[in-house]
Design a protein around this ligand. Structure first.
Ligand SMILES: NC(=O)c1ccc[n+]([C@@H]2O[C@H](COP(=O)([O-])OP(=O)(O)OC[C@H]3O[C@@H](n4cnc5c(N)ncnc54)[C@H](OP(=O)(O)O)[C@@H]3O)[C@@H](O)[C@H]2O)c1
Length: 273
């Protein structure tokens, strides 16, 4: 009998797609969550909080593979440190981590950089906690998930005039494809930092917003806003993109059509190689 694979964040947007893929591969899965959940055959839940470390020992006990998908807008570095400490004690043999493209390329030099892009710093800090842990590891950096981009454009499109950071581009990727790659990594040998996973196309943020508005049959003026700071400059220069790794297959248009219906007709401004 093989030991269960622990999926932190197994209740989240990404983790929810990792769990069934591991189960389809015949593996027993344990999910860490701050809330309590009913388990079922082959799927257990352990309650714990990575921010405080509470319950983490029990979550990693008896596991050899951990897929670390838990995360939030801030504090991921501390979460990773708590997990790593417990995993070392439990003798985990492979820690798989999901990071973000640009973690190492978005400088956080000022208050505005940290306020707007602190997430990239906390992902880099977590990457370092994983790589320096002494545990065998694999880390995948992905571009923004379709689901996240939809949340962002939805929020922006609520406003009567839509402020859009000028020059920001994104390369949304299908969350299921990221989940599949994580599962492949988890079931393989520890591989260190693996090639990035980027969506198939790069879009101006304004194009994504326009496509969404069109799909919803709404008209709103878009107001380009210049975001100050070094981090924003890096993002305008494409630090969050992986055009050479545009290996994702499902396009934003297909994702939107599935989510909102087939009326979307966004214009692609640039394509990855
Ligand atoms: N979204 C993107 O575009 C994107 C791109 C690249 C990389 N990533 C990374 O992918 C990972 C997953 O993102 P997501 O979009 O799936 O996030 P999500 O939907 O917000 O889910 C977050 C998950 O983290 C868990 N979690 C949060 N704080 C926790 C804590 N203190 N202790 C234990 N569990 C905690 C939550 O579990 P409970 O609520 O059940 O406790 C939930 O399952 C994150 O590391 C994120 O940085 C995301």
């Amino acid at each position: 009998m093989t030991s269960p694979i622990l999926v932190t964040g197994g209740t989240g947007t990404l983790g929810r797609l990792v769990v069934p893929r591991l189960r389809d591969a015949g593996r027993e899965v344990r999910v860490l969550s701050r809330a309590s959940h009913e388990g079922e055959d082959g799927l257990q839940f352990v309650q714990g909080d990575l921010a405080t470390g509470e319950g983490i020992e029990a979550a990693v006990a008896g596991t050899e593979i951990v897929v670390h998908c838990a995360g939030g807008p801030r504090g991921d570095e501390d979460k990773a440190r708590h997990l790593v400490r417990a995993a070392l004690r439990a003798g985990v043999r492979h820690l798989v981590y999901i990071s973000v493209v640009g973690a190492d390329r978005v400088p956080l030099a000022s208050g505005i950089d940290r306020a707007m892009f602190g997430y990239f710093g906390s992902k880099l800090g977590s990457e370092r906690a994983v790589a320096g842990s002494g545990l065998p590891w694999s880390t995948l950096r992905a571009t923004q998930f379709h689901d996240l981009m939809l949340l962002v454009v939805r929020q922006l499109a609520r406003l009567p005039v839509v402020p859009v950071p000028a020059g920001f581009r994104f390369q949304p990727v299908d969350t299921g494809e990221v989940a599949a790659r994580l599962v492949e990594l988890a079931l393989g040998a520890p591989a260190g930092l693996v090639p990035d996973l980027g969506g198939p196309r790069v879009y101006e943020l304004a194009t994504l917003v326009r496509g969404y508005l069109q799909a919803r049959g709404r008209r709103r003026p878009i107001l380009p806003v210049r975001v100050p700071g070094k981090a924003a400059r890096a993002v305008r220069a494409g630090a969050n993109l992986a055009p050479d790794r545009a290996v994702g297959r499902r396009t934003w248009e297909d994702f939107l059509a599935d989510k909102l219906g087939p009326t979307h007709n966004g214009t692609v401004v640039a394509t990855g190689s």
